[in-house]
Ligand binder design. Structure first.
Ligand SMILES: *[C@@H]1O[C@H](CO)[C@@H](O)[C@H](O)[C@H]1NC(C)=O
Ligand SMILES: *[C@@H]1O[C@H](CO)[C@@H](O)[C@H](O)[C@H]1NC(C)=O
Length: 224
């Protein structure tokens, strides 16, 4: 990589974040509430410490989520918990999966971008099949932000959408989707008012399968 100026562009920063995410790792999951999040953190910490690993950082956000379950849309107030550690994602994922209270937890992290030439030469090839999309919805109400999130899940352009508050105004929200890479185009065409930023992700195998089972790629976008 040739960096011509001292000042790094935003895209370089993003690339470095994604590349860093491929080795030393963070993982995000969802739980029912903050108490459950704390319990999970303590259990994962114990498990990693037993293998001489540590948790570097842990944080939680309140989210309102929409997702498909048993052929219908579920709507929940949940907590997203993110754990940073120096261990590879596979180790972190295993520890979280072993302690998680859900039957089918979401355990996600970033994957390499296609142009991730900075990855170690011996790093395994990364499948860029799954993505997370994030869009800021400004100056609106929680009902409207949640309505948008729900409608993206209703048409199965994403298997899961989470809405969280951004800042203190009470009028700005982030919508975060988990979906297949192949769904990005239809989201952009049919929900064009939302400007999603996409990040390739990887997840526990069961969650990846669940994403595949709950996203529909329509033959041509704009069909709705
Ligand atoms: C938090 O969630 C757990 C289930 O994971 C539940 O048993 C518990 O009652 C909840 N606590 C609160 C304060 O809602
Ligand atoms: C949305 O609001 C945030 C502050 O909460 C601001 O930083 C951002 O520029 C705004 N974006 C748009 C598109 O208005």
């Amino acid at each position: 990589m040739v960096i011509k100026t001292m000042k790094m562009s935003m895209s370089h920063c993003l690339l470095l974040v994604l590349v860093a995410g491929a080795q030393a790792d963070w993982a995000s999951t969802t739980v029912a509430n903050r108490t459950a999040g704390q319990t999970l953190e303590e259990a994962v910490k114990k498990r990693l410490e037993a293998q001489s690993h540590t948790i570097e950082h842990f944080h939680m956000e309140d989210i309102h989520s929409f997702y498909w379950w048993d052929s219908k849309i579920e709507e929940d107030q949940e907590v997203r918990a993110t754990i940073d550690s120096e261990v590879p994602f596979a180790t972190l994922m295993e520890a979280i999966a072993a302690e998680h209270p859900y039957d089918l937890p979401m355990i996600v992290s970033s994957a390499l971008p296609p142009e991730g030439e900075a990855a170690a030469a011996d790093a395994p090839a990364v499948e860029l099949k799954y993505v997370m999309g994030m869009a800021l919805v400004n100056g609106t109400t929680a009902e409207i932000a949640q309505g948008l999130a729900k409608s993206i899940v209703e048409v199965k352009y994403a298997a899961c959408a989470q809405v969280e508050k951004h800042g203190d105004s009470g009028n700005d929200f982030y919508i975060t989707l988990k979906t297949l890479s192949a769904s990005k185009e239809q989201v952009v065409v049919d929900f064009g008012g939302l400007e999603f930023e996409w990040m390739p992700i990887r997840a526990n195998k069961a969650y990846e399968k669940w994403l595949e089972d709950n996203v529909i790629i329509r033959s041509h976008a704009g069909e709705l």
